[in-house]
Design a protein around this ligand. Structure first.
Ligand code: ADE
Ligand code: ZN
Length: 336
């Protein structure tokens, strides 16, 4: 029996590099945490909440995503959310993951930074020990807030710096260019953090250029609009600056009208280090393998494309050289 490219995609080991942990909060868990914490929700049922997940653009999603995260109050809530994600990741043969979290969404509600980071970090340790999944945290600044607010967030997080490996930039893109955060990113680089940023999801290719030139980001999150600027594509390809692409997110947020029009194949054919990721899987209709399988089928990707995507995920990750070699060997064994 021969395996199809989609079956291969599901079966092989892979890394996930673009997942907002608050976006893995399933409606069932939102209701369970609301009950545990004595909170009432503006939706009568799990089904009613899920029915509200009809988005027209990024902002229409973010409004409901921030509301969903308001049920997270205690360390155990953050741990339980991340643990639920790790079980899903394991089931999809994700062997390494780099997880975004949005501390300002929680500290603005009075939740201490320690609660957020310790809850997530203990789940990462448990994933390593119990599932064999390696995991690291990336702190994201909310770009609709000020750079001063980002600086204050960095200050508050520094006592826990051993628990996160990098910083990122997310939330409402258009009108909040990367250059708004030049100084705080320079400080983060000085401190030795990895740096990434969302750019070119809804925003123009110029934002991707700012992210790499001004913030000196090591990866671009999304970056699908890079294709509008051939010189930029050539530079991203030449410098092997990875793009963490999220196909089902692009579909649900109307960045593309149909998965068959998704730019993933064009990105690969341009020689870019593109990767597949789930972004906010509880909101966008699927975790890693759903993203992989649906993209492979919609774009008729080949077996070689699938293997390239998995290899890219390990190449683009912030693991040690030793761990990278281990991950590449796992992949080689799986495709042999
Ligand atoms: N926060 C969570 N998901 C996001 C996305 N797709 N773009 C920007 N900010 C986000
Ligand atoms: Zn994202």
């Amino acid at each position: 029996m021969t395996t199809t490219p989609a079956q291969l995609a599901a079966a092989i080991p892979k890394a996930e590099l673009h997942i907002h942990i608050e976006g893995s909060l399933e409606p069932e868990l939102i209701f369970a945490l609301a009950q545990r914490n004595g909170l009432s929700l503006p939706y009568p049922s799990v089904e009613a909440l899920r029915d509200a997940y009809a988005f027209t653009n990024l902002q229409s999603f973010l409004d409901i995503y921030y509301a969903g995260a308001s049920v997270l109050l205690h360390e155990a809530d953050f741990h339980d959310m991340a643990w639920a994600y790790f079980l899903r990741a394991k089931a999809d043969n994700v062997v390494h993951t780099e997880i975004f979290f949005d501390p300002q969404t929680h500290t603005a509600r009075g939740v201490p930074m320690a609660t957020v980071i310790q809850g997530l970090s203990s789940a990462c340790e448990r994933a390593r020990a119990e599932l064999g999944v390696s995991a690291a945290l990336i702190l994201c600044f909310l770009r609709h807030l000020s750079e001063d607010d980002a600086f204050a967030t960095l200050e508050a997080a520094l006592p826990y710096r051993q628990h996160f490996i990098g910083v990122g930039l997310d939330s409402s893109e258009v009108g909040h260019p990367p250059s708004k955060f030049s100084r705080v990113f320079a400080r983060c680089r000085e401190l030795g953090f990895h740096v990434v940023a969302h750019a070119g999801e809804e925003g123009p290719p110029a934002y991707i250029r700012e992210a790499i030139d001004d913030l000196k980001t090591e990866r671009i999150d999304h970056g699908v609009r890079s294709l509008e600027d051939p010189a930029l594509v050539a530079e991203l390809a030449r410098r092997r600056i990875p793009l963490t692409v999220c196909p089902l997110s692009n579909l649900k947020l109307c960045v593309v009208d149909d998965l068959r029009q998704h730019p993933m194949k064009r990105l690969l054919d341009a020689g870019l280090c593109a990767t597949v990721n789930s972004d906010d899987p509880a909101y966008f209709g699927g975790y890693m393998n759903a993203n992989f399988v649906q993209t492979v089928e919609a774009l008729d990707l080949s077996r070689d494309d699938v293997i390239t995507l998995a290899r890219n995920s390990f190449e683009a990750s912030f693991v040690s050289a030793t761990r990278r070699a281990e991950l590449m060997a796992l992949l080689d064994d799986a495709v042999a």
